[in-house]
Design a protein around this ligand. Structure first.
Ligand code: SF4
Length: 76
C-alpha cells in the first residue's frame, strides 16, 4: 500500500462517541471474559473471547475490512 491508500484507510475508520466508548468499557469492566496480558513489559486489558485489546476494541464503531465493531458475546 502507498501512503495515500493508508491514509484513506485510516480516514474511513469511524470512531465510537466518547459516551459509547465509556459505556462499552463499563460493560467490559464487569465482564468475566476480560483478561490482562503482559505485552512488551506492559499489562494490557484484553477480551478473552476475541483476543482484542479492549482499548482499541471499544474505540471504533466501524473498521474497513472488518465491518461494525461489536462485543463478541453480544454485550454491547
Ligand atoms: S468485548 Fe464483550 S466479551 Fe469481551 S470483555 Fe468486553 S464485554 Fe466481555
Amino acid at each position: 500500500m502507498n501512503p495515500r491508500q493508508l491514509i484513506a484507510r485510516a480516514r474511513s475508520r469511524v470512531e465510537a462517541s466518547p459516551e459509547e466508548r465509556l459505556r462499552r468499557l463499563q460493560i467490559c469492566e464487569q465482564c468475566p471474559h476480560a483478561i490482562v496480558t503482559r505485552i512488551a513489559g506492559r499489562d494490557v486489558a484484553r477480551c478473552g473471547s476475541c483476543g482484542c485489546p479492549l482499548a482499541s476494541r471499544t474505540r471504533f464503531k466501524r473498521i474497513p475490512g472488518y465491518g461494525e465493531v461489536h462485543c463478541p458475546e453480544g454485550k454491547w
